[in-house]
Design a protein around this ligand. Sequence first.
Ligand SMILES: *[C@@H]1O[C@H](CO)[C@@H](O)[C@H](O)[C@H]1NC(C)=O
Ligand SMILES: *[C@@H]1O[C@H](CO)[C@@H](O)[C@H](O)[C@H]1NC(C)=O
Ligand SMILES: *[C@@H]1O[C@H](CO)[C@@H](O)[C@H](O)[C@H]1NC(C)=O
Ligand SMILES: *[C@@H]1O[C@H](CO)[C@@H](O)[C@H](O)[C@H]1NC(C)=O
Ligand SMILES: *[C@@H]1O[C@H](CO)[C@@H](O)[C@H](O)[C@H]1NC(C)=O
Ligand SMILES: *[C@@H]1O[C@H](CO)[C@@H](O)[C@H](O)[C@H]1NC(C)=O
Ligand SMILES: *[C@@H]1O[C@H](CO)[C@@H](O)[C@H](O)[C@H]1NC(C)=O
Ligand SMILES: *[C@@H]1O[C@H](CO)[C@@H](O)[C@H](O)[C@H]1NC(C)=O
Ligand SMILES: *[C@@H]1O[C@H](CO)[C@@H](O)[C@H](O)[C@H]1NC(C)=O
Ligand SMILES: *[C@@H]1O[C@H](CO)[C@@H](O)[C@H](O)[C@H]1NC(C)=O
Ligand SMILES: *[C@@H]1O[C@H](CO)[C@@H](O)[C@H](O)[C@H]1NC(C)=O
Length: 442
Amino acid sequence: MYSLLIFLLSFPSFLCIKGFMLDPNDTSSVDEAAGVVADGLLNYYAGYKKGGTIGMFLPPAYWWEAGAAWNGLLNRYLSTGNSTYNDLVKTSMLYQVGENSDYMPSNFSTSEGNDDQAFWGLAAISAAEANFSNPNADEPQWLELAQSVFNQQVNRWDGSKCDGGIRWQITEFNSGFDYKNSVTNGAFFQLAARLARFTGNDTYTQWAEKVYNWSIKVGFVHEDYTVFDGTSTKDNCSSIETTEWTYNSGLYMAGAAFLYNHTGSSIWRTRTEGFVNKAIDSFFHNDVLYEPVCELNGSCNYDQTSFKGFLARFMVYTAQMASYMLPKIEPLLYKTAIAAAKACCGGHDGVTCGFQWWWFNDTWDGLYGLGEQLSALEAIQAPLLLKNIHIYNSTDGGSSTGDPMAGLYTPTVSFAMTKFTIEKQHWILLIISLVLLLLVAF
Ligand SMILES: *[C@@H]1O[C@H](CO)[C@@H](O)[C@H](O)[C@H]1NC(C)=O
Ligand SMILES: *[C@@H]1O[C@H](CO)[C@@H](O)[C@H](O)[C@H]1NC(C)=O
Ligand SMILES: *[C@@H]1O[C@H](CO)[C@@H](O)[C@H](O)[C@H]1NC(C)=O
Ligand SMILES: *[C@@H]1O[C@H](CO)[C@@H](O)[C@H](O)[C@H]1NC(C)=O
Ligand SMILES: *[C@@H]1O[C@H](CO)[C@@H](O)[C@H](O)[C@H]1NC(C)=O
Ligand SMILES: *[C@@H]1O[C@H](CO)[C@@H](O)[C@H](O)[C@H]1NC(C)=O
Ligand SMILES: *[C@@H]1O[C@H](CO)[C@@H](O)[C@H](O)[C@H]1NC(C)=O
Ligand SMILES: *[C@@H]1O[C@H](CO)[C@@H](O)[C@H](O)[C@H]1NC(C)=O
Ligand SMILES: *[C@@H]1O[C@H](CO)[C@@H](O)[C@H](O)[C@H]1NC(C)=O
Ligand SMILES: *[C@@H]1O[C@H](CO)[C@@H](O)[C@H](O)[C@H]1NC(C)=O
Ligand SMILES: *[C@@H]1O[C@H](CO)[C@@H](O)[C@H](O)[C@H]1NC(C)=O
């Protein structure tokens, strides 16, 4: 019975003759493939299902990945002008802002990490840079949302341990509060760099520099531009966890490119080039993007399958912001798009995207999920995004309005969180007491 089930489950793979034969030079070819893959992404959307929440994807997808996915669908619009999902993107990004318009919605805030909040903040700055449809005047604005994430994370900069850095987790009740890592600090760095370029406000440039300096000092960014995963405050950040993830490299790479574009500084030019060269060395095989840490032995978890898609996205930004990098980046993203499209022929719909692009011999590998689909979408639309994205700033077309104080009007989050947890514990104690009382009574 069990083996029959396995057979039936694997059956669609026999139907998978070939994925898309993508021609990255042909706009309609890329558009068509990206459209189908984007539709496939929405098969994981929870908001269409009965009882589902707007802006969320089906479990086991975490909240952060939804923010990343809306940015991916925004890029669909920016690469082709196809606005099919624009209303959904806008509604979702506004539904999840939370009670204080800071991407800390109470449904998720107890488990939320700084990196989670930052991925939504990055989606918000993407919307501002795209001059994406502005929310109504009584709703929070894209720039304001990005500023609110930035301002709160500035307040979480922690000089008490390791001379600086932001912790992975926001509340001390979550495991990972002792960890300072490159995804958190790299995302904060990129957000600061993009706010600097969008607004022209030098405070953001200073913060970006500060985070970058500390990232080198603590050892996240090595002198050859390798980006390591993180370090623990328990030993004063004296030993580094050296795992190398695609998206961490991409976060710093694009952040450096935004600062280069904004400042024109040769230092940021050198750094941008350094990150690009290192990423090409580490994360491409036969010119196709992959996730070395876990892809070959199939050990990537649900989150990790999405990471390489973000590197593709960040390489597009990098080529835009530092146009001298385009000749290097473009051919790699073209070959990656071709390979990813060939892996999109699985599942019952025949358009589910697999995870392994370069080594699975041009077909679906049987893997599927939000991460696989999002990575493939980013990879497939990258050739068109490279051509058509226009990254505005506040004076050359970006109309989103901001508030430098956004995110600072409510009590600090760690305090609010402590109170919340205490209240929750009170309830649990109350319920236990009632149950005991009833037991005693009868
Ligand atoms: C795309 O066009 C360029 C310039 O014509 C060419 O060099 C390149 O080989 C083409 N790429 C693919 C994948 O067809
Ligand atoms: C836009 O993309 C959707 C798929 O997401 C597709 O169904 C639709 O035909 C596209 N519209 C145009 C005008 O190409
Ligand atoms: C929070 O959860 C409740 C109950 O599931 C749901 O109705 C509501 O829409 C959620 N809010 C957000 C912002 O996700
Ligand atoms: C912790 O490390 C920082 C540098 O990263 C150093 O300045 C500080 O003195 C160290 N503190 C302790 C207690 O070792
Ligand atoms: C926006 O970019 C233009 C060039 O495209 C530049 O002249 C202007 O100074 C920039 N604005 C800000 C606020 O940096
Ligand atoms: C970053 O480091 C450089 C050189 O080490 C220094 O000149 C600069 O002032 C530092 N920037 C900040 C914001 O700390
Ligand atoms: C998978 O491969 C990576 C890199 O070679 C290794 O670090 C990791 O431990 C492996 N994981 C499993 C589950 O085999
Ligand atoms: C800076 O970005 C703009 C796009 O906004 C781009 O046109 C320009 O070429 C970039 N500057 C450099 C030096 O690459
Ligand atoms: C791909 O094809 C090669 C030879 O053509 C074979 O050795 C390899 O096992 C195949 N890989 C997979 C994942 O099927
Ligand atoms: C940006 O959006 C505003 C408001 O919708 C609009 O008036 C303006 O024309 C747009 N700018 C560009 C460059 O598209
Ligand atoms: C620049 O940003 C800082 C930090 O958010 C803020 O305090 C300051 O008011 C801003 N300056 C302007 C001119 O908006």
